[in-house]
Ligand binder design. Structure first.
Ligand code: ZN
Length: 492
């Protein structure tokens, strides 16, 4: 038997070899991937990269942010700290750079924001008050002084440029950023003779009002000193009655002849919309003297028939004033009757004791209506109507008031049908009959009916009146500023 040499067989380890190869390949791949990924930081300024800031406005840095980005693995949620460097003089005028710096994977990055501080605020130029005059015939203009100040430059009075013409002085000043302001003043030459200057001029026009305020005057002696105390004013103006009036101002200092100036004052009426007759036959139900205990019931009836009416209100029953709000919000017209309804006293409490007493009472009620509705009304009805004779203790008051109130922009409404509820008939049937008869007797197409919602029997008649009116082709409407006034004759 031949001897067979048995060679030691080298033990092969193919698995390990494979692993090594794989690892090498992997390492190469990872290295390639990392290289290809090109990981770096991306630093971006938050908000605009260029900012214009007004001088004095505080700079608030919006900051910057850095992200980790790469081609292969995209954006990673890695925290990268960013440091901001805001220049110390960032509040000063001019351009500034705010720098943002970060470092990542051994490299550093920088971003910049440009901040430009500009002065847009004008300087303030103030002229010293010159008194009444700043020039004399002999010496000409005497500068009373001025100051100029700028929020950035401070006191710039020395930079003011002054130009003097025949009758005006012009001033201008610019700050270091070129913001310029102007001012001017009239050259006022002091008189050499005593004189009166009427403020507002020798002719003025005013709108009728309860009072007139003289715009005033300036009186001077020959040296240009004020001597208003030596002036007397004569002439009367009735400010609520239109027309031409004259005021005479006399300056008498005791030296030389008096100086006289005359002012013409024209009082004109306020514009009021014209009244227009309705095109359809119309009933305007009006209720005076409320609100009161029956007003709510009345509002319910009007609501049921969707009819709008007019309330000439008073403050006689304060507990019911809240109903004015409901009246208004349900589309009715709320207008002034009177606050106190005192037409019986024989003293200054009576609303007809004077124009002022009437006006004050009227305005008080008008204010209550405003409080309850948010609206001022210019519509009203005189207590007792324009034709009342109770006011005769003050002769002529109705003649004056019926002119004065419209002149001041208010519109008075009377009535052409009375329900008689303030007089005899105390039953609903009687009120209904009075109203229907009255409406039918009006030949010109519209009836303004007087009732009082403080009378229960009058309120109780309303539903029947509404039914009758609607059945007979009448339209019911609330009065407004263009509605018919049905004015009464004036007997006082
Ligand atoms: Zn009344």
């Amino acid at each position: 038997m031949a001897e067979t040499a048995v060679k030691p067989v080298k033990k092969k380890r193919p698995v390990l070899k494979v692993i090594i190869v794989v690892l090498i390949v992997l390492a190469v791949l990872i290295a390639a991937a990392v290289l290809y990924d090109g990981r770096h930081a991306e630093l971006t300024v938050k908000g605009p990269a260029e900012i214009d800031l007004a001088y004095g406005e505080k700079y608030a840095d919006a900051g910057a942010e850095a992200r980790s980005v790469g081609r292969l693995f995209g954006n990673l949620d890695t925290q990268i700290d960013v440091y901001a460097y805001v220049p110390k003089d960032i509040a000063e005028l001019g351009g500034h750079e705010v720098k943002y710096i970060c470092s990542y994977l051994g490299r550093s990055y920088e971003a910049v924001r440009i901040v430009t501080v500009v002065d847009r605020v004008n300087p303030v130029l103030e002229l010293v008050y010159s008194g009444d005059f700043n020039a004399t015939v002999d010496k000409g203009f005497i500068e009373p002084g001025y100051t100029a100040w700028d929020d950035h430059d401070g006191d710039i009075t020395s930079k003011v440029i002054v130009n003097i013409s025949d009758d005006m002085v012009y001033y201008s000043v610019s700050d270091s950023s070129g913001n310029t302001v102007f001012a001017q003043r009239e050259i006022l030459v002091a008189p050499t003779e005593p004189m009166i200057e009427l403020i507002g001029g020798p002719e003025i026009t005013v709108t009728a009002a309860i009072s007139f305020e003289d715009p005033g005057f300036k009186a001077y002696d020959a040296g240009g000193s004020r001597v208003n105390e030596y002036v007397t004013v004569e002439g009367e103006i009735t400010p609520y009655i239109t027309g031409d009036y004259e005021l005479t101002y006399t300056l008498d200092t005791g030296f030389g002849p008096p100086v006289v100036a005359v002012r013409k004052v024209t009082v004109v009426a306020k514009d009021v919309p014209a009244s227009v007759a309705p095109s359809e036959k119309t009933i305007y139900l009006t209720f005076d003297d409320g609100p009161g205990p029956y007003t709510e019931q009345l509002l319910d009836i009007l609501k049921k028939y969707n009819v709008k009416a007019t309330f000439f209100v008073t403050a006689q029953n304060p507990d019911y004033l809240y109903l004015i709000t409901r009246e208004y919000s349900e589309g009715h017209t709320v207008a002034v009757h009177t606050y106190s309804h005192d037409i019986y006293s024989k003293d200054e409490n009576n609303v007809y004791s004077s124009v002022e007493a009437y006006y004050n009472d009227f305005m008080k009620m008008r204010d209550v209506i405003y409080e309850k509705t948010g609206h001022y009304t210019d519509m009203f009805r005189f207590p007792g109507g324009s034709s009342n004779t109770l006011s005769r203790f003050n002769p002529g008051i109705m003649t004056t008031l019926t002119q004065a109130m419209p002149n001041m922009g208010f519109k008075a409404f009377d009535w052409n049908v009375s329900s008689g509820d303030a007089e005899g008939g105390r039953k609903p049937e009687q009120i209904k009959k009075n109203v229907i008869d009255g409406v039918q007797s009006v030949s010109y197409g519209y009836a303004v009916v007087l009732q009082h919602d403080i009378q229960d029997f009058s309120v109780e008649a309303v539903e029947d009146i509404l039914k009758w009116g609607l059945e007979n082709g009448y339209k019911f409407a609330a009065l407004d500023m263009t509605a018919p006034r049905t004015p009464h004759a004036v007997f006082n």
